[in-house]
Design a protein around this ligand. Structure first.
Ligand code: IMP
Length: 195
């Protein structure tokens, strides 16, 4: 079980607990990759990892999408809503969704984590306005308590794991103001690091 994995000694000053080990993440990414490859098999998907949080998840997931859907392309988009450990409430997206040619294409947005769903809604709106045929999201982590999940538009279509909303997590791309992204696992940041 992932929660039995100890925090590496060099990280104990910052990380309280390992939630998902490198191995647990790899196994889940492989499953998601196979499922997404089958879903998008004939849809020529545009896979769009959201930088910077999905830098590792997007890279691993795109490579796990086997057999490769015919016509699949991978681009990136940048979105930022968090300062420290809280959402700023506004989402900045760059490059503008219109800079990537998604007209008539089936877009798979790849996110690190969905919390309030604000980033998801903004990206879906912009990509649909840019002419995408469909826009769906896969998120590594889903903080379901952060939003009203009864509204379908707030939810990612696929997710790797659900996590408790009052935990701020780092690693495997998730950061605290740019720090800890490079951890190979997803761990809980010690509250004293940001209190
Ligand atoms: P939303 O727009 O509220 O759904 O927030 C999504 C974005 O918030 C993610 O892409 C992350 O950048 C950030 N975020 C939310 N929760 C966490 C967390 O626990 N750790 C690191 N980043 C987080």
């Amino acid at each position: 079980m992932s929660h039995t994995v100890p925090v590496p000694p060099e990280d104990t000053h910052a990380v309280a607990e390992v939630l998902y080990s490198r191995e647990a993440i790899a196994a889940r990414v492989a499953e998601l990759g196979a499922e997404l490859a089958a879903h998008y098999r004939d849809l020529r998907p545009v896979v769009l990892p959201v930088m910077s949080g999905a830098m590792f998840f997007g890279a691993d997931l795109a490579r796990a999408m086997r057999p490769r859907p015919e016509g699949m392309v991978v681009e990136t988009i940048k979105a930022k809503s968090y300062e420290g450990t809280s959402s700023t409430g506004s989402v900045r997206v760059s490059p503008e969704a219109g800079d990537i040619d998604v007209r008539g294409r089936h877009v798979l947005v790849v996110e690190d984590i969905v919390d309030t769903g604000g980033t998801l809604r903004t990206l879906v709106e912009k990509l649909e306005a840019a002419g995408a045929a469909s826009v769906r999201m896969v998120a590594l982590l889903d903080k379901r308590a952060g939003r009203d999940c009864s509204v379908e538009a707030n939810n990612p279509r696929w997710s790797g794991f659900e996590i408790n909303a009052n935990k701020f997590v780092v690693g495997y791309g998730l950061d605290f103001d740019g720090a800890y992204r490079e951890l190979e696992y997803v761990g809980v940041l010690k509250p004293e690091r940001y209190a």
